[in-house]
Write a protein of this length. Structure first.
Length: 202
C-alpha cells in the first residue's frame, strides 16, 4: 500500500474536482502547466492592434497576460527580471526589431511573432519560434491553433523541468512513475491506490 507522504503532495493538490460514480475515486485533471496559466507578455507598437490581440488572448483564457509593451527595448528589462513563459511580439518597431530582441535574450521564453511581414517567417523558424502569424489572418480560430502549439510546448518543458519521476516503495522494490502516466488515485483509508498507464500500485 502507498502511504500518503510529501512525495505525492503535487498529486494530492491537483486531484480533480470531478468525482465519478464510485466513492473516493477522482481523476487527475490536466496534469500539466495549465494548472497555472502561462505567464505572457505582448509587444506591439500599434496601440489598436495591441488592444485587439491582448483581448483575444485574454478571452481565450489559457494565458495570463502580465504586461504589454510598445517596443522590445521596453520589454527587455522586464523579461530579464521576471518569469515570462511566452512572448507575443511584432517584428518591426522603431527602435528594435523582434528578431534581434529574441537573439539578445540569453534564455528566451517561447516566442510567437505576429506581424504584417511574411518575408521574415523563415528566419524566425530558424530561431525556434512556436508560430508566425500574419496580422490580417489573425482570427479566434487561428489564435486557438497557435495556443494549442503553445500549450504543448510549455507542457513538455514543464514536464521535463518540474515533474520528476516519483519514487514508490513496493515491499523491497523501488519503482519510478512518471507523473504524466498517472490516470487516477483511489483513496483507501490512510493509503492510496495509484493507477497508471503501465499498472496499478498499492
Amino acid at each position: 500500500m502507498l502511504k500518503y507522504n510529501l512525495r505525492l503532495w503535487w498529486t494530492l493538490a491537483i486531484v480533480a474536482i470531478f468525482k465519478v460514480n464510485k466513492p473516493k475515486l477522482f481523476f487527475i485533471y490536466n496534469l500539466c502547466p495549465m494548472m497555472h496559466q502561462v505567464r505572457t507578455i505582448v509587444i506591439e507598437h500599434d496601440p489598436l492592434f495591441k488592444k485587439y490581440l491582448t483581448e483575444l488572448l485574454m478571452e481565450n483564457g489559457r494565458l495570463n497576460i502580465i504586461a504589454t509593451f510598445d517596443t522590445p527595448v521596453k520589454a527587455r528589462e522586464f523579461v530579464r527580471q521576471n518569469k515570462v513563459d511566452l512572448i507575443f511580439s511584432t517584428i518591426l518597431t522603431p527602435d528594435m526589431d523582434g528578431i534581434s530582441f529574441l537573439k539578445s535574450l540569453i534564455a528566451p521564453p517561447f516566442f510567437v511573432f505576429v506581424t504584417d511581414y511574411p518575408e521574415y517567417a523563415a528566419c524566425s523558424y530558424e530561431l525556434d519560434v512556436l508560430d508566425y502569424v500574419i496580422k490580417s489572418m489573425l482570427t479566434k480560430d487561428r489564435l486557438s491553433k497557435c495556443l494549442d502549439k503553445v500549450i504543448r510546448a510549455v507542457a513538455d518543458k514543464w514536464d521535463n523541468e518540474v515533474l520528476q519521476p516519483i519514487k514508490i516503495k513496493d515491499g523491497y522494490s523501488t519503482h519510478f512513475v512518471k507523473p504524466k502516466d498517472i490516470l487516477y488515485i483511489r483513496a483507501q483509508g490512510d493509503y492510496m491506490q495509484l493507477v497508471t498507464l503501465h499498472g496499478i500500485w498499492l
